[in-house]
Design a protein around this ligand. Structure first.
Ligand SMILES: *Cc1c(COP(=O)(O)O)cnc(C)c1O
Length: 408
């Protein structure tokens, strides 16, 4: 596990230059060009190895190239990849049945990206609001939380409060009410007879792994039930093993009305998202009212089924729980030594960097030089989310690199 040197060679500079010339600048990537990956490790074009502590924002929960997922993808690639939903395919049904069972729900609506799952969830909630709850036409509202991240579509950025995500992309879609995250009473106060749903992340990932106070999710569940409002949990980043349970809602024993899933559902191979709910909710959508050309394609469904099978054993959740506790112990030792605070849920950590050490971005750049990949968020925070196949010794090594970087 030798640390990489910080120098960027000319080949790398050339590749990055070409990308910057022809790819829109909607990201600010770290200066590393990755060429291959296996498990928790990636290798750049110069042959340097890095421990991946981001996992593509938790889309790689099973690591790079998990053999069981790759095998099913390769097999399905040779057989059938796309039919559109104009026809049935032989993979979608088994995938949906397995995912519904994992979630304890009746129905699955397959989409591709996370943002599409969120958009779909909003459409389902509105249709349910009008057709089941009896909200007057076009009056339905959805309560959301401050600091949310639900994706990048025009509707979704309209109910974000992050200026970078939102500014200059208006006009914004009406029908959303924002309340502070972690404050159940504020949700109750925001609910009106026109409220169709409460949409929250059980743990806010992009905001910096922000955890609500204990009992919040249970209170939200109770408030939604009492007011006949749907509880939609965006588990796109927090779900599917990351926090040491299948879903972050499981940490409080809470079952939302609607799960929004994505990221890891595609096994790190392709985009696959889903809305999962009972028939009395998801059943409101009728043929022709919603769809996606690639949604429910047989390649994605085959991969998704294998992902659900991997999760059904509970092994990954257990790993995340055990190793997460280990990671928390290690990170706690850094508090007061360049770290001002940590938040850990399973193998998911937000680490607040002392400004005297530098910004989150600067720490990420220094870690890159030592062979560790992390991503900063919101200035002073770095997020740690290794693939769940990571070993304790690898975590120890990574935290040691962080300790060295923080010590300057
Ligand atoms: C990443 C993310 C999304 C959006 O997913 P995309 O696949 O990037 O569209 C939505 N919600 C949460 C909580 C996310 O972390």
């Amino acid at each position: 596990m030798s640390a990489a040197t910080p120098a960027v060679d000319t080949g790398t500079i050339r590749i990055i230059g070409a990308e910057e010339q022809h790819v829109a600048h909607n990201y600010h990537p770290l200066p590393v060009v990755i060429a291959s990956g296996e498990g928790v490790w990636v290798t750049d074009v110069e042959g340097k190895r890095y421990l991946d502590l981001l996992s593509a924002y938790s889309a790689l929960n099973f690591g790079h190239g998990h053999p069981a997922i790759l095998a099913v993808a390769r097999e399905q690639l040779d057989r059938l990849t796309l039919t559109s939903r104009a026809y049935h395919n032989d993979q979608l049904g088994p995938f949906a049945a397995a995912l519904a069972e994992l979630c304890g729900k009746d129905l699955v609506l397959p989409m591709n990206t996370g943002a599409e799952a969120v958009e779909t969830g909003i459409k389902v909630a509105r249709a349910w609001g009008y057709r089941v709850k009896g909200i007057p036409a076009d009056a339905a509202t959805v309560v959301v939380a401050q600091g949310n991240f639900h994706g990048r579509t025009t509707t979704i950025v309209g109910f974000s409060d992050d200026p970078q995500a939102r500014d200059d992309f208006g006009p914004y879609a009406p029908g959303f009410t924002q309340v502070p995250f972690g404050d159940a009473e504020a949700i109750e106060a925001a609910i009106t007879p026109h409220t169709a749903a409460v949409l929250i992340e059980p743990i806010q990932g992009e905001a910096g792994v922000i955890m609500p106070p204990d009992g919040y999710l249970r209170a939200v569940r109770e408030i939604c039930t009492r007011n006949n409002v749907l509880f939609i949990a965006d588990e796109i980043q927090s779900g599917l093993g990351r926090v040491g349970e299948t879903f972050a809602c499981d940490r409080e024993g809470v079952v939302p009305d609607v799960y929004l899933l994505g990221k890891a559902l595609g096994g790190g191979i392709l985009p696959l998202s889903a809305v999962v709910a009972d028939a009395e909710i998801l059943g409101v959508i009728r043929p022709g009212e919603h769809g996606s050309t690639f949604g429910g394609n047989p390649l994605a469904a085959a991969v998704g089924l294998r992902v659900v099978e991997l999760l059904a054993t509970g092994d990954f959740q257990k790993r995340a729980r055990t190793l997460g506790a280990h990671l928390e112990t290690k990170l706690t030792e850094l508090v007061g030594h360049g770290v001002t605070g940590i938040r850990v849920a399973g193998l998911w950590a937000g680490v607040d960097i002392d400004p005297s050490v530098g910004t989150g971005r600067q720490v990420a750049e220094r870690l890159l030089g030592r062979g560790v990949l992390v991503k900063d968020t919101h200035g002073q925070t770095i997020r740690i989310a290794p693939p769940l196949v990571v070993r304790a010794t690898e975590l120890d090594w990574a935290v040691e690199q962080l300790r060295v970087v923080l010590a300057g």
